[in-house]
Design a protein around this ligand. Sequence first.
Ligand code: AMP
Length: 395
Amino acid sequence: MMKILVANLGSTSLKYRLFDFSNGGEKMVSKGGFERVTDHSAAIESCLADLEKGGFIRGAKDLAAVGFKAVMAKGVNGCVRLDAKALEAMEAFSCITPAHNPPYIQGIKLFAKKAPGTPLVALFETAFYQWAPEAAMRYAVPEAWFKAGVRRWGFHGASHKFIAERSAELLGRNDVAERARNLYVDGGKTPVKTPNLRVISCHLGGSSSISGILNGVAIGNSLGMSPQSGLPHNDRVGDMDAFALPFLMRTQGLSLDEAERLMCKEAGLKGLSGKSNDIRDVAEGAGKGDERCKLALDVLAHNARHWIGSYFLQLNGADALIFTAGIGENQASMREAICHNLDNLGIVLDPAANAKARAQEAVISSADSRVKIMVIPTNEELVVAREVKRQLQNN
Ligand code: AMP
């Protein structure tokens, strides 16, 4: 019996999926979650109790491991057993992941208490970018800053890795799918046939990022040193000139803490629209003629096109453009805005197929589009569970 629970922890949420990998199978047997969580300890107890009540486990001892889709840690990458050293390494980067690492560290410690003896394993979101070209991952900063960790790391690794695998399968390139599946075992050494498979993966959700993927291996990601960079997010800022921060602090007397709070909680779609951090509300506002809401949507689409363009160039074209996550899977109007007027690049949407596509796999490009445009619902938890299984089997 090999049951692996994958926990997705937010500052006020706990989502989980239970996988059963017994007898070589790969079944998601239960999923659930809690929103507006004020007491993570109680939420974890409820999660384990719900799994017991449903007959999926007879107690935490039935779990082969709990896996975490953790974000980043200083000096630690890939899939690792969560011991005191790994937690310290996560703590060391808490200040650049204020919305992510603190709830994870707290949740991991609570799981250690509620499920004593159960291995706790993290797959870091940075893992997918370990083989990206160095030039794509470096900032032009003094060497000492780089050594301290100031570089692009890239995030949403579990989601983009899932897209690398699934898009290759759907495009009939099982060789590339296998290479992507084996990436954390052999670092992309699994041979593939020609021609190259070039995929641009757009994870658009509460937090958004775009990755270029060549033959199943990432060549970069729009998120940089922290998960607040790249595209504008729901309420986090995205890319902004680093000199804006000292300017604001010096001219407006903002403290560092307040500036950080504003960049993390009052920026992104929320800051631009002045209305909401949820694209559904922003789109509704835009539909009623609200100019700030319209601008927020335009800025998101513009930034997505900027990064798609970047990877289109680096990959020397693209075979597929994939949309995933909450916005990418559901918001047809945003997909349309992003794909608008790209026919000279061979990217042509089928408006009817696009309007219909929602939360399930679909091809949304027109028959004459050189680049296949697809919606693929992501499955980050499955990627985590698979790596956790491998970690257990290898150690
Ligand atoms: P995620 O981070 O992938 O969970 O995406 C969450 C975001 O996706 C939400 O904040 C919404 O902006 C957007 N979203 C979720 N569901 C829908 C939907 N049915 N239609 C449009 N946007 C959605």
